[in-house]
Design a protein around this ligand. Structure first.
Ligand code: C5P
Length: 229
């Protein structure tokens, strides 16, 4: 797994644009994150066409265990270094994802569990039938995911310190919702700077638009990579 802590989110349906961002930022980043938008538009061939750094495939799989296991096996040929699932799918689904990943051997992808989507506040969570506070539900799902075989957790910057305190130094935390000082927040409501997130305990940070929307993506990535404590 790359030591570089910066993951750049290549969020576009346009393969040529994603390749240009990848080429510009590769010297400064650990991994390229490719999500649903890119994967649904470009498929496996699109993932293969992104070169230079390992790929974090952010598909947030959530289905019955057999189907999730089949989905994980279906992308192993693409050799993703990281792959996301929803912890809310339950222990059996998480175990199935981990077992499917292990069929790839030593080079298998890390299974990353997403807990509570950061777009859900307490009221939205309550409307789904979850009475717990978002923080309590994040911690509950984090513990469930790790005990069922997830390798790491995706969490918001504001959850990093709480998860580090509760789960210890060993847990790997991948953190989006990052904005360099002075950058536009966009639709991200609660952000930290790259340096703040790493100081709080992030193992890797995920940055999209502050890099891909910059006039000079290479310089933006270099500045973030150079800002870590
Ligand atoms: O452009 P921006 O830096 O906001 O991109 C953040 C990336 O991280 C996007 O790909 C987004 O889907 C993802 N993400 C997030 N918040 C989460 C989980 C994933 O922003 N809670």
């Amino acid at each position: 797994m790359p030591a570089e802590k910066l993951i750049v989110a290549l969020d576009t349906t346009d393969l040529t644009r994603a390749q240009a961002w990848a080429a510009a930022t590769a010297p400064h980043v650990g991994l390229f994150k490719l999500g649903l938008e890119f994967f649904l538009a470009n498929g496996a061939a699109g993932i293969r066409a992104i070169a230079g750094r390992p790929v974090f495939l952010d598909l947030k799989l959530h289905d019955i265990p057999n189907t999730v296991a089949g989905g994980v096996r279906a992308v192993l040929d693409l050799r993703p270094a990281m792959l996301t699932i929803h912890a809310a799918g339950g222990a059996a689904m998480i175990e199935a994802a981990r077992q499917a990943a292990e069929t790839a051997g030593a080079e298998r992808p890390m299974i990353l569990a997403v807990t509570v989507l950061t777009s859900l506040d307490a009221a939205a969570l309550a409307a789904t039938g979850v009475a717990a506070s978002p923080a309590d539900q994040v911690l509950r799902l984090a513990r469930l995911a790790l005990s069922a075989g997830a390798d790491a957790l995706v969490c918001s910057p504001l959850e990093v310190a709480m998860l580090r305190d509760a789960l210890g130094a060993g847990v790997k935390l991948i953190v989006p919702g990052i904005r360099p000082a002075g950058a536009a927040a966009g639709d991200q409501a609660r952000t930290m700077t790259p340096a703040e997130a790493v100081a709080a305990g992030a193992s890797w940070i995920v940055v999209g638009r502050p890099i891909t929307g910059a006039a000079d993506p290479a310089a933006a990535a270099a500045a973030i990579a150079g800002s870590f404590p």
